[in-house]
Design a binder for this molecule. Structure first.
Ligand code: FEO
Ligand code: CA
Ligand code: CA
Ligand code: CA
Length: 635
């Protein structure tokens, strides 16, 4: 595709510096917000010039309440299809789940729970086929009170049966299904496909990279420290240029029971919230999650797992070189010199934003040679500076404070304790770094920050400019160019606030100073269409403002920059995850996660996608959105 004409780095810095100088002091300190340089001069301009490029964007969906809140909604001119829902068979030899008497054994062959990241991997591998491919979906976590009758949030740890707990284990992980689109636009699953696969909390995985085989990864079950069972709390992810899927292990701390009883690991585990934080009954059937028996087991989670969907017998690999944190996702970019860069958020309040730069290069003519590219390279953490530049600080054993005087004996230690290493380097604590995505047209990188109500006025920083940040924001990184290619390996480059979410008047929202057609809250997952428009999935709108979460779209340049429009909404209780386009943009896959959240199987707030008059529970589902009559979604 044609890339947008690029400005030189010097000209970008000059323009942004002028903007910042012009706007300094525009907002008085003392309110919820303090003055920062990030508000450009256009903030005072009331009128929007006409922009023909915006006309193709879909119509807005009204924010709905009442009966409409029990189901999904999409903009006029588009249609939706529930493609895969929890319990749907992925194989010909298994029945759909019987929700009143579900089988844990069957769940191993059925679509998992709480779909988050979605990747469409075309078939054949390496093609840009938009009508036939592999749908690869993370199944992040389970909600037993919505899955099973008679269970509540307060009784679940004791009351769940063995079969129910085994089913929960099998409902975690990742689901892969071969899908194809018929001539009438309808998508269907090919249950006979040899690609179809479930990866669960019991699937064999292996560790690679600097921490593999380290003593701190060894357990009674795995004295090698190189082999593990399963992947856990897989949130968002990414796709590599060589056709594999990266899956981020996020809130792993919630599965461990017992008090800290590991003198050598106490500080480490505390830094990740491990200990007295158990919210899952899986420990009752799996000794790995008892801290007193397996003090190193938490060190085996919190990694990025690489999955090769085109080889169903392949073993998922946890790439330790990418660091250990509560990984939201892992977005890859190819840099100017062929090195691959993986951008990653650590999704917790006051945590950090990272990137990993491979030592080797990717050769598109020989993708197989990239098999272990993610095992060698440098992990960096971001420091956002008030001068409008972002410095990437290397997390390398022996450099700076990352030495034996601070308890690090090797690069493995630095990676196992990535958060502490980043603390010592002076990284910038952020407002929950979630998804990251490179704009395919401008090559700039966007970072969603979900929210952080704990931030105080004393903790404000230019990149996190609001105290009690309920609604989050989005930051744009300007990636320098070498020739006409982006240098994602650069160790310093400009950044700026793209938008501050929330209502303009009530919440200090800021959309380049203009009124968006529909404002947003709690940006989480991001993707771009082929024209470079940003698509934002939200998580938390309903809790914060009584407005259903959904998909919002905006331009990233021109007078409509950052002016969001709603395109799709989820049912009550749900968040939206995994927006993912087919290569030609004719289908947008979205993952509706935890519909009916905060209610129960016995008294669900919605039964979507089941009929409202059924006796079935709501089910997390992947929805395919297409334009009526076909054609690209973005228009
Ligand atoms: Fe699983 Fe950060 O959301
Ligand atoms: Ca997320
Ligand atoms: Ca994304
Ligand atoms: Ca989320």
């Amino acid at each position: 595709m044609q890339r947008a004409k690029r400005q030189t780095l010097e000209s970008i810095i000059e323009v942004r510096t002028t903007r910042r100088q012009a706007m300094q002091g525009i907002l008085a300190a003392g309110g919820a917000m303090t003055a920062f340089w990030c508000y450009p001069a256009e903030a005072n301009s009331p009128a929007l010039p006409t922009d023909a490029g915006f006309a193709g964007l879909p119509h807005v969906v009204s924010n709905v309440a009442g009966d409409e809140a029990a189901t999904i909604g999409v903009a006029d001119g588009f249609e939706t299809q529930v493609l895969l829902a929890w319990g749907d068979p992925l194989f010909a030899d298994v029945e759909p789940m019987n929700f009143h008497n579900p089988s844990a054994e069957d769940q191993k062959k059925q679509f998992g729970y709480n779909n988050d990241f979605v990747a469409f991997m075309p078939l054949p591998r390496g093609s840009d086929n938009s009508r036939h491919g592999l749908l690869c979906v993370n199944n992040e976590y389970t909600i037993p009170e919505l899955m099973f009758a008679g269970i509540t949030d307060s009784n679940k740890l004791e009351r769940l049966s063995e079969n129910q707990i085994l089913l929960e284990k099998a409902a975690h992980g990742h689901s892969i299904a071969e899908i194809t689109q018929d001539d009438d636009g309808h998508w269907r699953i090919i249950k006979e496909s040899h690609f179809n696969r479930r990866i669960t909390l019991d699937t064999e995985v292996r560790f690679s990279g600097p921490a593999a085989g380290h003593d701190r990864l060894k357990t009674t079950q795995d004295p090698t420290g190189k082999k593990g069972a399963g992947t856990l709390n897989n949130c968002s992810g990414g796709v590599t240029p060589w056709g594999t899927v990266l899956s981020g292990e996020e809130n792993f701390h919630e599965y461990f029971v017992g008090a800290l009883n590991a003198p050598g690991e106490a500080e480490n585990h505390a830094r990740y919230g491990v200990g007295n934080a158990c919210d899952s009954a899986i420990y009752r059937l799996d000794q790995r999650f008892h801290l007193d028996q397996a003090p190193c087991e938490p060190n085996r989670f919190g990694w990025v797992a690489e999955i090769d969907p085109y080889h169903p017998d392949s073993t998922p690999v946890k790439r330790t070189a990418l660091g250990r944190m509560k990984h939201e996702g892992a977005a890859t970019s190819i840099s100017h010199d062929g090195r691959v860069v993986v951008y990653m958020g650590d999704d917790e309040t006051f945590e950090y934003f990272y990137k990993f730069v491979t030592a080797g290069t990717f050769d598109p003519k020989n993708p197989r040679a990239a098999k272990d590219l993610l095992d060698e390279g440098t992990l960096y953490v971001a420091k956002f500076k008030p001068d409008g530049l972002l410095d990437w600080l290397p997390l390398i054993f022996g450099q700076g404070p990352l030495t034996s005087s601070n308890g690090f004996s090797s690069q493995a230690d630095v990676l196992i304790e990535t958060r502490r290493a980043a603390d010592l380097m002076g990284a910038t604590p952020m407002d929950r770094p979630e998804d990251v995505e490179e704009n395919p047209v401008t090559q700039n990188v966007f970072l969603a920050l979900s929210n952080n109500t704990e931030r105080t006025n004393e903790q404000l920083s230019p990149a996190n400019p609001r105290s009690g940040n309920q609604h989050g924001h989005i930051i744009e990184l300007t990636i320098p160019q070498v020739g006409n290619q982006a240098d994602h390996t650069a160790l310093s480059h400009p950044w700026e606030i793209f938008l501050l979410a929330g209502h303009l008047e009530n919440d200090g929202g800021w959309y380049q100073g203009h009124q968006p057609e529909t404002w947003i809250s709690c940006p989480d997952n991001l993707t771009f269409d082929n024209t470079g428009r940003l698509w934002i999935a939200t998580d938390g709108f309903e809790n914060k403002s009584g407005i259903l979460d959904g998909a919002y779209v905006c331009e990233v340049a021109g007078p409509r920059r950052a002016l969001t429009k709603q395109f799709f909404h989820v049912p009550t209780g749900a968040e939206l995850c995994g927006p993912c386009f087919t290569p030609d943009n004719s289908t947008l896959f979205v993952a509706v996660q935890h519909p009916g959240g905060d209610s129960t199987f016995d008294q669900p707030s919605t039964r979507w996608p089941n009929p409202p008059d059924s006796d079935l529970p709501p089910r997390p589902s992947v929805v395919a959105i297409t334009r009526k009559g076909g054609g690209p979604i973005g228009g």
